[in-house]
Design a protein around this ligand. Structure first.
Ligand code: ASP
Length: 303
C-alpha cells in the first residue's frame, strides 16, 4: 500500500458552523475518521500546518505547505493537501513553480460544502478522489475536484458556490475520476532531472485590472512596486491614453507584464497596434498563462 502524507490546511472541507459563519476547525485526522474507506486505498499520516480559511492565506502560508511537502519528500509516496477552494488555484500554481521536477504526486483538494454536514456535500468524493489520484501513478502538482484532475498551473475556480466549480484553463484535463472512483489519466507527465525546491519567493506584485476609464494617476502610485501585472482587454495592449504613464512606470524600473481579462485564449501583443506599442515600450506578454499562474511564476522569478 502507498504511504501518503495528508497536509491539512483548513477551508470549507474542514469547516463547522460557529454562529458567526463557517470557520475551519476540523483537523486532518478528524476528516479521515469520517472517511474510513481511505484506509483501503493507502496508509495516511497527517500534518496540520494550518487551519484557516484560504481567503487569509498569504505567500508565507503557501510556502509553509511547500516546505512541509519538501521536508517529507523522501518519506512518502505522495501528498494530499486539503485546502479552501477560494484560493486553491494560487496554492496549486505556487506549488507547481516551487516544487520542480517532481517524481511523486502532490494533489490538492477541497470542497464547497463541509465534510459530514450537508448530504449533498462534495467533500467526501473530493477527498477520496484525491487519495485515489495520489495512488494512481500521477506525478507532479494537480488539483482534484468534482472528478476533474487539473494540472497545478491551469486551475481556475469559475463558480463561487456550485460543486462543479473548477476548470482546466489553457490545457486539457489531466484526467478524470468517475463516480465509481475509477481514475483515468489522459496525460503522463514527463519526468526530467532531479526534484528541487525553490525556497525563496517574492510576493511583492500588484495586479491592476483595466477598466475603460481608469484614472492614469494610479500608475504613479504603482511605481513603488517592482512588478506590476496589467490585466487588459482581449489580446492585450495598453490604451493610448495610458501609454505615457505606463512608459514612465517602466522607465522607473518597474517590470510591467500584460495579461488578459479573458479566461480562455492568450495575450498576443503582435496582433494590434495597441499591443505592439506596449511591447515596444518594454511590457512583457504573459502569453498563454492564466493570471494566477503568472503571479506564481513571477513570485519565483521565472519571468
Ligand atoms: N472560504 C473558503 C476557503 O477558501 C471556501 C472554500 O473552501 O470553499 O477557505
Amino acid at each position: 500500500m502507498k504511504h501518503i502524507l495528508m497536509v491539512a490546511t483548513g477551508g470549507t472541507i474542514a469547516c463547522r458552523q460557529t454562529g458567526r459563519g463557517l470557520a475551519p476547525s476540523l483537523t486532518g485526522e478528524e476528516l479521515l475518521e469520517m472517511l474510513p474507506e481511505i484506509g483501503k486505498i493507502c496508509k495516511v499520516v497527517v500534518e496540520n500546518p494550518l487551519t484557516i480559511d484560504s481567503t487569509d492565506m498569504c505567500a508565507e502560508d503557501r510556502m509553509k505547505i511547500a516546505t512541509c511537502i519538501w521536508q517529507n519528500y523522501d518519506r512518502y509516496d505522495g501528498f494530499v493537501v486539503t485546502h479552501g477552494t477560494d484560493t486553491l488555484s494560487y496554492t496549486s500554481a505556487l506549488l507547481y513553480h516551487v516544487l520542480r521536477n517532481l517524481n511523486k504526486p502532490v494533489i490538492l483538494t477541497g470542497a464547497q460544502k463541509p465534510m459530514g454536514g450537508d448530504p449533498d456535500s462534495d467533500a467526501e468524493r473530493n477527498l477520496l478522489d484525491a487519495f485515489r489520484v495520489a495512488c494512481s501513478g500521477w506525478t507532479g502538482v494537480a488539483a482534484v475536484l468534482h472528478g476533474r484532475i487539473i494540472r497545478g498551473n491551469h486551475v481556475v475556480k469559475m463558480h463561487s458556490t456550485a460543486v462543479d466549480a473548477f476548470r482546466s484553463v489553457g490545457a486539457p484535463l489531466a484526467g478524470t475520476v468517475d463516480e465509481e472512483g475509477n481514475v483515468r489519466l489522459s496525460i503522463v507527465p514527463l519526468l526530467g532531472g532531479e526534484p528541487y525546491f525553490v525556497d525563496q519567493v517574492d510576493p511583492h506584485i500588484v495586479l491592476m485590472k483595466l477598466v475603460p476609464d481608469l484614472d492614469p494617476s494610479i500608475f504613479d502610485f504603482l511605481a513603488r512596486y517592482p512588478k506590476v501585472i496589467i490585466e487588459g482587454f482581449g489580446s492585450g495592449g495598453i490604451p493610448q491614453r495610458l501609454e505615457k504613464v505606463v512608459q514612465k512606470l517602466i522607465m522607473s524600473g518597474t517590470k510591467v507584464y500584460l495579461t488578459s481579462q479573458c479566461i480562455e485564449g492568450e495575450t498576443n501583443l503582435h496582433k494590434y497596434e495597441v499591443g505592439r506599442r506596449a511591447e515596444a515600450m518594454g511590457a512583457i506578454s504573459l502569453g498563454h498563462r492564466t493570471t494566477v499562474d503568472a503571479v506564481a511564476a513571477i513570485m519565483c522569478g521565472e519571468i
